[in-house]
Write a protein that binds this ligand. Structure first.
Ligand SMILES: Nc1ncnc2c1ncn2[C@@H]1O[C@H](COP(=O)(O)OP(=O)(O)O)[C@@H](O)[C@H]1O
Ligand SMILES: CC(=O)N[C@@H](CCC(=O)OP(=O)(O)O)C(=O)O
Length: 260
């Protein structure tokens, strides 16, 4: 049996609240074994763009990223957010290494083709986009890679890529070498039967239950692409997918995805 690798994707407002972020990372430091962190920061980016007088524009959960927006999100995700997370991990004794997809050619994306909608500088991740050799080297060297949502195309162009997609693609690629556990950590206690009732966490979801929940409207907004990514990872050989509160990763309350 191969070694366990835990991939933690952190999103939502927790990233921009230093006290909550510190707490999450100190809980993460208590998790043994090999780990990878992937962070978003879309909510903070919306606030920053608004402050700068640039209206955030999201379509189907993806940011329309023109050149000026790409500059801002690169500074925010690959700069401030990534380095803050790395510094807080160093504080709790985890030797973290912050990376964009361009660093070490670790994630090479393809600019999303212009269709009905022109997403601008948004990167999609085909199979083979992950440099698994470099990641294995880092993990073997006891480093914890910390990935932001910025990738590159190999031709000098930075691209903005959804962080849930990065986490899911990393998990699928690394499932060839490790027993991967993929953790989506956010502000709620898991997938809720009623989004306004924190006590309604669904402990286990199968693809057929997911279909029913979608049809009933119980799952909406950002949770839809998150679960699409999550089930895709499970189907592609990722051992375990968990959706949980970033502040309760060491507590039993969570949603575990299972095959039918
Ligand atoms: N059934 C549900 N259970 C939990 N969250 C849900 C549900 N339906 C919709 N959501 C919404 O999905 C959001 C999470 O998606 P998103 O904001 O994209 O994630 P992240 O916080 O990781 O960036 C939650 O904050 C919540 O508002
Ligand atoms: C292309 C695209 O949509 N990129 C995302 C990347 C950040 C992200 O995914 O942040 P959360 O996980 O916190 O939502 C964006 O700019 O919002």
């Amino acid at each position: 049996m191969s070694e366990v690798l835990k991939i933690f994707k952190i999103g939502g407002g927790i990233i921009d609240d230093t006290a909550q972020l510190s707490f999450f990372l100190s809980e993460l430091a208590r998790v043994g074994g090999k780990k990878i962190v992937v962070h978003g920061g879309g909510k903070g980016a919306n606030e920053l763009l608004t402050t700068l007088g640039m209206l955030p524009n999201m379509v189907n959960g993806r940011r329309i990223t023109d050149a000026a927006t790409l500059d801002v999100v690169t500074m925010f995700y690959a700069g401030k957010t990534n380095k803050q997370i790395v510094a807080l991990l160093q504080q709790v004794g985890v030797n973290a290494l912050g990376l964009s997809g361009a660093d070490g050619n670790v994630i090479r994306a393809i600019k999303r083709p212009v269709g009905e909608i022109d997403y601008g500088f948004v990167g999609d991740l085909p199979e083979q986009s992950i440099n698994t050799e470099l990641i294995q080297l880092l993990l073997e060297g006891n480093l914890t890679p910390v990935f932001c949502a910025i990738t590159h195309d190999g031709h000098g162009q930075l691209l903005n890529t959804n962080a849930d997609t990065i986490a899911s693609t990393l998990a699928r690629a690394l499932a060839h070498f490790y027993q991967v556990e993929l953790h989506f950590c956010f502000e709620k206690d898991g997938v809720l039967a009623d989004v306004n009732d924190e006590s309604s966490v669904i402990p286990q979801i199968t693809p057929s239950l997911y279909t029913d929940l979608k049809a009933s409207g119980a799952i909406a907004a950002g949770m839809l692409p998150k679960l699409e990514n999550a089930f895709a990872a499970l189907e592609a050989g990722v051992a375990k997918v968990i959706i949980e509160n970033a502040l309760k990763i060491n507590k039993p309350v969570k949603t575990i995805l299972c095959r039918d």
